[in-house]
Ligand binder design. Structure first.
Ligand code: PLP
Length: 386
């Protein structure tokens, strides 16, 4: 079959593929603990369910507005103003999409093109590379070190910068490592990007799943960071609603309008019931309590996982400050593909190897599964490494 050049280097999402394989093995009767997926395990909060149901029962059937319903754009603007140091976000600065994934796609297509270089720190969420390549831009991988908490170093950004550098991806808390940039580093990066006319695409989808406070530092906690900055977030992780497919981009109105134009020619507005459900949860007085309840359970699961795996031969780990993953370092091999495969086949535990994140020699484990599943998975991993 001949396919277009547009997708010459496209590969399916490794994380979704492994998770699908684990589900298939389970459906075939095998005992598999799935720690590979990137989704929290909680049910949809009731306030969102009620709003979604109301929309469905109302009989509304029209296309929702392309950039998002006024109710949801307004709710996102207020949410960002309330939970970051920023206080000037208006509904016109917000584009609602079918998940952060679509918002990222819109952003990359509107801002970058062939010949543009975009800096992507390791370890990275693989979709950044795939999306940039689809847009024809060149991802430039920025090295970081596990020993330094994969901390981004502005001197390295400077070294990699060329006249073609147009953008920089940030993802704090990180998928896969759970590491978090502090406010000072965010400010340093924002200053560097401003001085060099580089767009920052800050994917903050795990911002509220932060174990050292209410919210991990945001690019919008840097007071002057509202020029060439897109802040990306959604309801998939903090509110455990990935299947509802609502994400958003916040940024300068001119860019939001272009991204909306692109969306109008591709998918139109995000699904109506999902938009109402998202607006309800973001403006609910219960919002922060719901996140806190999730966070408390996740912190306990994280600590359980760290305790169970610490000191085993062949691996090293630390308790990450955010997100829902442990990123375990293999000390005796860099072939994590092979280790993940053996772990799945021998012990029936699905994890994601470090290769797709640009850091071979690691395993990513999602600890946001039920307590029973987590206990079983950890026990099997202990058997494997012992
Ligand atoms: C870093 C990161 N960004 C974005 C997403 C996707 O978010 P959404 O479900 O809103 O498309 C994920 C999902 O795993 C993620 O890990």
């Amino acid at each position: 079959m001949r396919f277009s050049k547009n997708i010459a280097s496209l590969v399916p999402s490794a994380t979704l593929a492994i998770s699908a394989r684990a589900k298939k093995m389970r459906a075939a009767g095998e005992s598999v603990v799935n720690l590979s997926a990137g989704e929290p395990s909680f049910p949809t909060p009731d306030v969102a369910i009620q709003a979604g149901l109301e929309y469905v029962r109302s009989g509304k059937a029209g296309y929702p507005p392309t950039p998002g319903t006024p109710g949801l754009r307004n709710a996102v603007a207020s949410y960002v103003n309330q939970t970051t140091a920023h206080d000037r976000v208006a509904p016109a600065n917000v584009l609602i999409s079918a998940g952060v994934k679509q918002a990222l796609f819109n952003a990359c297509f509107c801002l970058f093109e062939s010949g543009d270089e975009v800096l992507v720190p390791v370890p990275y969420w693989p979709t950044y590379l795939a999306t940039l390549e689809l847009a024809g831009a060149t991802p430039v991988v920025v090295p970081t070190r596990w020993e330094e908490g994969f901390r981004l170093d502005v001197a390295t950004l400077d070294r990699l910068r060329t006249p073609a550098t147009r953008g920089l991806f940030l993802n704090s808390p990180s998928n896969p490592s759970g590491d978090v940039y502090d406010r000072d580093l965010m400010a340093e990066i924002a200053d560097w990007a401003r001085a060099n006319d580089v767009w920052i695409l800050s994917d903050e989808i795990y911002r509220r799943l932060y174990y050292e406070g209410e919210s991990a530092p945001s690019i919008y906690d840097v007071p002057h960071a509202d020029g060439r900055v897109l802040h990306l977030d959604g309801i998939s992780k903090a509110f455990s609603m990935p299947g509802w497919r609502i994400g958003y981009a916040v940024g300068p109105e001119e860019v939001i309008q272009k991204m909306s134009a692109l969306q109008s020619q591709t998918t139109s507005g995000a699904a109506g019931p999902s938009q109402d459900a998202a607006a309800a949860i973001l403006s609910s007085p219960l919002r922060d309590d719901i996140v806190k309840d999730f966070r408390d359970i996740l912190r306990r699961r994280r600590d359980t996982a760290v305790d169970a795996l610490s000191g085993l031969p062949g691996l090293e780990l630390r308790a990450p400050a955010g997100a829902i993953y442990l990123y375990v370092r293999l000390t005796e091999t860099s072939d994590s593909m092979n280790v993940a495969e053996r772990l799945l086949v021998q012990e029936g535990v699905a994890t994601i190897p470090g290769e797709p994140f640009g850091t071979p020699g690691f395993l990513r484990l999602n600890y946001s599964v039920s307590d029973e599943e987590l206990a079983e998975g950890l026990s099997r991993i202990r058997t494997f490494f012992s």
